[in-house]
Design a protein around this ligand. Structure first.
Ligand SMILES: C[S@@+](CC[C@H](N)C(=O)[O-])C[C@H]1O[C@@H](n2cnc3c(N)ncnc32)[C@H](O)[C@@H]1O
Length: 411
């Protein structure tokens, strides 16, 4: 999978623990410096260290056996990077969104030539990494390569970003920071921040926590326990770990569309390695097959839209989709019975629902193939990387459709 991480792996192989093969002293050094810097600020690190991982940039690996429940990281409040309240008040930005407040505070600190936080920034992805993997940074034409379901979370993110940029633009211009600089820190906040409730303050503040931000995302059921209280953030082992295993945390139970938009990567979705949080949105293909009268019936009862196919291991449509198709196929009585009881009145209608859906899904399956072939022609370089990322999602959509269609044909 061509995430921004692909580029960074070229820099180096495992950084810490130190290995003798193909490790650049410079890259290893910056992680060692940052580790010491974090520890000097009270970060406690037990049995884990950053390492370069193929296809995912940096991550945290265990350096020894770890027992379930053991505390591996503690990030005290004093080590966190927080919004600069004085700067925000002075520039009347205290009403800007928490995301904008942290991003402009980071821009201010990191653009200062004498910043003491340079060793932290040195461990982050570069601008080129972000520009290649995050659709927020792509051109309109490049975004049209993405499946329609990705465009939905992307529009929402673009909306948030535009509001935040509008809130800080005058300050950035006065300080001599251009939009690209602000956007970089906005994306750093987007992919590396945590919610924080200050001991005597209100919840809703966003902060960055050193070291914990090395941890990569894992789907539900695969992640360590990350907790927070008034002292800071902690990471505990969810199970026993052997030395050299990667520890993961959840960024949320996100579908791959959301992971692609917000973090620039996709989790695998195949049977041996499923992402149980993934879903394939179907609104774009199903709604055109539901007449206006059916749509208005569904709208009245809160069942219009948000239809999805759940890929492996579920390999079935979601309940809302079952309700929507039954609204078209059944009498009002039968339909209401299904919505209330989750089963059909009289004979089971799931075969009829499948029959209705199969031609619709086959059409989408064919579209996936066409779009994938177009993207194959994109060539190499940055354009090729973006096209390959978009193509990977089209492929996942196609495989999920295929599994459902084949299941239908076998049944
Ligand atoms: C909080 S950072 C984690 C550390 C990051 N890998 C790095 O190199 O700095 C989040 C970013 O890591 C990458 N990432 C996180 N989880 C991943 C995963 N499971 N597979 C691939 N990339 C992942 C994505 O690029 C994401 O935007």
């Amino acid at each position: 999978m061509p995430s921004r991480a692909t580029k960074r792996t070229k820099l180096d192989s495992p950084a810490v623990p130190a290995t003798k093969t193909s490790t650049s002293a410079e890259v290893e050094g910056k992680h060692r410096i940052f580790t010491h810097w974090s520890q000097a600020r009270g970060v406690q690190i037990n049995g884990v260290a950053p390492s370069q991982l193929p296809g995912r940039g940096l991550g945290l690996l265990t350096t020894r056996s770890i027992k379930a429940g053991e505390r591996m990281l503690f990030i005290p409040e004093k080590a966190m990077f927080k919004p600069n309240t004085k700067f925000l008040k002075q520039h009347r930005l205290d009403r800007a969104s928490p995301h904008a407040q942290l991003a402009i505070s980071a821009t201010a600190v990191y653009r200062a030539p004498d910043t003491s936080l340079a060793c932290w920034e040195a461990t982050w992805p570069t601008r080129e990494d972000f520009w290649a993997s995050l659709p927020l940074c792509w051109t309109d034409a490049e975004r049209t390569d993405l499946p329609p379901s990705v465009l939905h979370p992307l529009e929402r993110q673009l909306d948030d970003y535009r509001k935040d940029w509008a809130a800080v633009r005058d300050v950035c211009e006065a300080e001599g920071w251009d939009e690209e600089e602000f956007r970089y820190y906005w994306m750093i906040v987007n992919s590396r921040s945590f919610h924080w409730k200050p001991p005597r303050g209100r919840a809703g503040v966003m902060v960055m926590c050193p070291f914990i931000d090395y941890i990569n995302h894992g789907p539900t059921g695969t992640t360590c326990r990350v907790t927070t209280d008034q002292r800071g953030y902690e990471v505990h082992a969810d199970r026993d770990y052997a030395p050299g295993e990667e520890i993961l945390a959840t960024y949320g139970a996100h579908s791959n569309d959301t992971l692609l938009v917000h973090y620039g990567f996709l989790l695998p979705t195949n049977h041996s390695n499923p992402n149980p949080d993934d879903s394939i949105p179907l609104d774009n293909i199903l709604l055109p097959h539901l007449p206006n009268a059916t749509q208005s019936k569904l709208r009245d009862l809160g069942y219009l839209g948000a239809y999805a196919l759940l890929p492996a291991p579920v390999n079935d449509i979601c309940f809302k989709t079952s309700v929507a198709v039954r609204a078209e196929l059944l009498s009002c009585n039968e339909w209401e019975y299904f919505m209330t009881n989750g089963e059909d009145l009289g004979s089971d209608q799931s075969g009829a629902v499948r029959e209705f859906l199969l031609p619709v899904l086959r059409e989408y399956w064919e579209e996936c193939g066409v779009r994938m072939r177009e993207l194959e022609a994109a060539g190499d370089g940055e354009r090729g990387m973006k096209a390959a990322l978009a193509r990977s999602r089209w492929l996942q959509v196609r495989e999920a459709l295929e599994a459902y269609i084949e299941g239908g044909e076998r049944g």
